[in-house]
Design a protein around this ligand. Structure first.
Ligand code: NA7
Length: 533
């Protein structure tokens, strides 16, 4: 590799969707760039999350790049929601099509990234003891890449196998004939449980909080369906970009309080039939008014009661939180799985996990025997991947220390005291509350635009100003506080990781955010300090 160890324009950390497009974009601007990737292949979250049933909850016609029209016209998706293997083959196609592998160093985990005040440059060291330096450092390290594994006593004494959905063995796992426990009932648990139940001799689902889940209604994507979008892809994308999550669901503009009981019922039935995250568009006040929210919650719980035969099991599965406050799950046969004779639901609120034992787990006062335990316990979201790297800005300031009470950013893209460092879909940006692909592309375009602006105007660095950062963080919190999104223990709030500061991390409102970014760029990067050469 020609660029290895030399001084570059841009170092990119992570070869998922964000890092790959960043590399492509940097190259188009004539910049020398390299991607450092911990995995042996590209794909980020889609490289690691290979658990049974892993699938995106955003329709494939949307969960795809739009920066290249030929690409979006040519690529054929086979299902409404793409499975992990299909997304990974799309990613590998991108790597090949744009010849990206030449500038990706695989098996190289970024360990430290330090800014040098004297040279305005970043130096990144990897787990393989390679050192790279560049004027700009872009973290494309993912919002959901630092796995969260509960600290359960006596783990080392367990004789069986332990897995985490977010770091699944590439060769797959055969659960045939085994007694298996799945801990966690978020999206990963809800997707994998029905398939593990088909294989395992006995499956115990260890549930702490029941989730709201709705049918995904996944199906093969017919050519006509695909062509209907492709014949007007730009309009389809524009329509999605106007929605508050950047997804193409038809948002109902009416408040539930303005609708009759009959209209509400029709809307709920319609959303149930549409399936998936469409539910977020059911009522304009779904995430604003608890009474409206209760309507959706009641409807979905009622549907669950119709699907689950055992009333006690249904009672335990009844979600009692704010609907959509934790990310809504989209499933295939999740509730039906609890009708199977080999599936057992354990309520951890009633009987918490005490410890691992040699042959399983002590749960409440009962000794359970398991051959394998699957942690579907999620991620140290949004900040986890960054905090696991020793990132230091001006005068050695550690990012982890700066963010000890929660992440501080301007627009979720930069943090003060860390010049020339960018975060793609960082905390404070719409990111995980949106379709990630357009959000990633919007950020990459913003970053590339800023770098080009610096070059053209002979600036050496760009840095968020502390006052703009303070104001932005306050705005992110203010928007979140006007919704019901603070009223549950979600990973958006860091509530799933013990000891993590409780701060709402993403920004709600994709169109408003894009508009704000455009306004910042058009006013000579207002809120950023640009330093001349
Ligand atoms: P999530 O959504 O964070 O779900 C994790 C699940 O694991 C959730 O049910 C948690 O219960 C449970 N959990 C976490 N820690 C524990 C402990 N210590 N004991 C028992 N149960 C625990 O992660 P996913 O991987 O499912 O999904 C992440 C995102 O990926 C998803 O939102 C989509 O965007 C795709 P809790 O609710 O915290 O009580």
């Amino acid at each position: 590799m020609s660029t290895k160890n030399s001084h570059l324009d841009v170092i990119i950390v992570g070869a998922g969707f964000a890092g790959l497009y960043m590399l492509h974009s940097a190259r188009k601007s004539g910049l020398s760039a390299i991607v450092l990737e911990a995995g042996a292949g590209a794909g980020g979250t889609w490289y690691w999350n290979r658990y049974p049933g892993a699938r995106c909850d955003v329709p494939s016609m949307e969960y795809s790049y739009q920066f290249d029209d030929e690409l979006q016209q040519e690529w054929q998706w086979t299902e409404r929601y793409a499975s992990q293997p299909e997304i990974l083959s799309y990613i590998n196609h991108i790597v090949e099509r744009f010849k990206l592998a030449d500038d990706i160093v695989f098996n190289a985990r970024a360990k430290t990234a330090h800014f040098d005040d004297a040279t305005n440059a970043w130096t990144v060291k990897t787990s393989t003891n390679e050192t790279y330096s560049a004027q700009f450092c872009v973290f494309a390290s993912g919002c959901l890449s630092g796995t969260n594994i509960p600290d359960i006593e006596n783990r080392e004494s367990f004789a069986g196998q332990i897995y985490h959905t977010g770091n699944w063995p590439h060769e797959g796992v055969d659960f045939s004939g085994l007694e298996v426990a799945v801990v966690g009932t978020g999206s990963s648990g809800i997707q994998s449980i029905p398939l593990i139940a088909e294989q395992a001799a006995k499956l115990s689902v260890l549930q702490r909080t029941p989730s709201f889940t709705v049918p995904a209604h996944n199906h093969p994507l017919a050519a006509e369906e695909q062509n209907a979008v492709k014949s007007n892809y730009p309009d389809f994308r524009t329509h999605a970009s106007k929605q508050f999550t950047g997804n193409d669901f038809s948002a109902n503009e009416r408040l539930a309080t303005e609708m009759s009981a009959e209209e509400i019922q029709t809307e709920c039935d319609r959303r149930w039939e549409l399936g998936g995250l469409n539910w977020y568009g059911a009522f304009a006040d779904l995430l604003l008014d608890q009474k409206t929210n209760d309507i959706a919650a009641k409807y979905v719980n009622q549907k669950m009661h119709e699907l689950v035969r055992d009333d006690n099991v249904a009672l335990t599965l009844t979600a009692d939180s704010v609907f959509g406050c934790k990310r809504l799950c989209a499933d295939t046969d999740y509730y039906e799985t609890f009708n199977k004779p080999n599936v057992n639901l354990i309520d951890l609120r009633e009987t918490p996990i005490r410890s691992f034992t040699k042959n399983g787990m002590m749960i409440g006062s009962e000794d359970y025997s398991f051959d394998a335990v699957v942690f579907a316990t999620g991620f140290d979201a949004m900040t986890g991947a960054l905090n696991r790297i020793d990132i230091r800005g001006r005068e050695g300031l550690s990012l982890k220390d700066k963010w000890s009470a929660g992440p501080l950013t301007y627009l979720g893209i930069q943090t003060a005291e860390f010049p020339n460092m960018f975060i793609i879909t960082g905390p404070g940006s719409p990111s995980v509350l949106t379709n990630m692909l357009p959000s990633i592309e919007q950020h990459v375009d913003l970053i590339s635009g800023a770098i080009n602006h610096l070059r053209e105007n002979e600036f050496v660095s760009i840095e968020a100003s502390p006052s703009a950062e303070t104001a932005w963080v306050a705005h992110v919190n203010e928007v979140a506080a006007s919704t019901l999104l603070l009223n549950c223990n979600s990973w958006y709030l860091g509530a799933n990781v013990p000891g993590k500061p409780r701060v709402f991390m993403p920004y709600l409102g994709y169109p408003e955010y894009v508009e704000k970014c455009e306004q910042v760029v058009n006013s000579d990067y207002e809120g950023f300090t640009l330093t001349p050469a």
